[in-house]
Design a protein around this ligand. Structure first.
Ligand SMILES: C[S@@+](CC[C@H](N)C(=O)[O-])C[C@H]1O[C@@H](n2cnc3c(N)ncnc32)[C@H](O)[C@@H]1O
Ligand SMILES: *[C@@H]1O[C@H](CO)[C@@H](O)[C@H](O)[C@H]1NC(C)=O
Ligand SMILES: *[C@@H]1O[C@H](CO)[C@@H](O)[C@H](O)[C@H]1NC(C)=O
Ligand SMILES: *[C@@H]1O[C@H](CO)[C@@H](O)[C@H](O)[C@H]1NC(C)=O
Length: 392
């Protein structure tokens, strides 16, 4: 048996390369990407201290992981070290051998298996809120997802646009703090976790698929958020997240009008042309604060209909202050340009104003370790209700 030649130094887990390595493993990044982090951590090769580091931080509690993932990762790790003529730590061999015998089939990803991915946000140095925890994985969310991207009408996996919106929310918290936020097609619920983190005054998530909705609720509980029941909102529990079943096709106008959000969010919801007219209808109602009955003189708010249909302030505010017009932030990856153009034309017909914010409102890069996600591939739109007067 070979012996470790040199006693190597322990790696400092707060080194950026080490933070990236742990974060990538916890997020179940593809093995070859994790291997490149491991190499970076060891200055080019997967040294014994890198292996020990991986063991100490991830593998010593393998129960937290999806075993077939670790099996594939270990296999790759061991073969890379052997390829470099390096020394593989005994306990890595042992763990791999254990997996070899207990998981004979390599059906990883083929069934509708649920796994838990941990998404770590790594804040840059000097980020005021997190100064004491530089380069640490200061914020981590655990999300149960399916390995089958189509499960739950695609809502049980994490799509790049929700990673993008999550970075946007954490980078520009003021756009969402103390605002009533509503998300359509929320999927696994990541955006809602971030909204609660930056203290949105209200968070309502929604989806049209019931199994996705159940998985979303599971994730909120997993991350210790309270799910709103029909009970009145208690002030001792400020972070309440509500989940709604909201299929765009069948949700009535009055149900949508009851929501009254300040901010609407949507990640990767523009892809199925059949759904788009319904999606645009939902957005148009959510963003239209003009209510046919809001302009009665007795309701006390300034209400100047001459400013146009969509600019009229919303009624019923005790402080008499007018709310800003609601805005939707829609993040998307263009997969089919015709589908996207169809969305734009429907939005125009519905009197929605669309702005491309991709170049003006950029999030910080908080998920740098996640090489399977590239922030620059996601675009961002803001959508507001047009304030042009009808017929003008
Ligand atoms: C591609 S996934 C995106 C999920 C999540 N926002 C993300 O980015 O990770 C699309 C989501 O929209 C939901 N969805 C699709 N069509 C819908 C419809 N007609 N009504 C309501 N939700 C719908 C799906 O259930 C799914 O959760
Ligand atoms: C939150 O918004 C309410 C109403 O808009 C306002 O009265 C309150 O001061 C705000 N709180 C914070 C912390 O900004
Ligand atoms: C907004 O709602 C009002 C009242 O229901 C309606 O008259 C108006 O056409 C709506 N505007 C748009 C852009 O849909
Ligand atoms: C992201 O994609 C852009 C454009 O495709 C590319 O230039 C860039 O190198 C990618 N970034 C990363 C970190 O992979």
């Amino acid at each position: 048996m070979a012996t470790a030649a040199v006693e190597e130094q322990e790696l400092d887990p707060s080194l950026p390369a080490c933070v990236n390595l742990i974060s990538a493993i916890l997020a179940m990044e593809p093995s070859d990407l994790v291997i490149s982090h491991a190499r970076a951590c060891g200055g080019g090769s997967i040294t014994e201290s890198v292996q020990k580091f991986i063991w100490d931080h991830c593998l010593s509690t393998p129960g937290d992981f999806y075993a077939p993932y670790l099996k594939i990762f270990l296999k790759k790790l061991i073969s890379e070290v052997e390829f470099d003529h390096g020394y593989v730590l005994d306990y890595l061999y042992e763990l791999y051998a254990q997996y070899m015998t207990s998981f004979k089939d390599d059906s990883f990803g083929k069934r509708d298996t649920r796994v838990c991915k941990r998404i770590s946000y790594i804040f840059p140095d000097g980020c005021s809120e997190l100064q004491s925890k530089q380069h640490s994985r200061a914020l981590v969310f655990t999300l149960q997802c399916s390995l089958n991207m189509l499960e739950g009408d695609t809502g049980c996996s994490i799509w790049p646009s929700s990673l993008f919106l999550s970075e946007l929310i954490l980078s520009h918290p003021k756009l969402f703090s103390n605002k009533s936020c509503f998300e359509i097609g929320s999927g696994v619920g990541l955006v809602g976790l971030c909204l609660a983190h930056v203290k949105a005054s209200k968070v309502i998530l929604s989806d049209g698929d019931l199994s996705t909705l159940a998985n979303m609720k599971f994730n909120l509980e997993l991350n210790h958020l309270n799910i709103e029941t029909d009970m009145p909102q208690g002030s001792e529990n400020p972070i309440m997240v509500k989940c709604m079943h909201l299929p765009w096709e069948s949700t009535s106008e009055s149900q949508l009008q009851d929501i009254v959000p300040d901010v609407v969010l949507g990640a990767d919801v523009i892809y199925d042309p059949v759904c788009l007219p319904h999606l645009v209808r939902v957005l148009a109602i959510l963003l239209n604060r003009t209510k046919s009955d809001s302009c009665k003189p007795e309701n006390g708010d300034a209400c100047d209909e001459s400013v146009g249909r969509c600019k009229v302030v919303y009624n019923g505010r005790a402080d008499g202050k007018s709310k800003e017009a609601p805005v939707a932030y829609i993040a998307y990856v263009i997969r089919n340009i015709e589908t996207f153009d169809y969305f734009l034309s429907l939005a125009k017909q519905a009197n929605l104003d669309i702005m491309d914010l991709s170049d003006s409102l950029k999030p910080l890069n908080l998920l740098r370790y996640m090489q399977s996600y590239n922030q620059t591939h996601v675009k961002l739109l803001s959508i507001t209700c047009s304030n042009r007067v009808m017929g003008a």
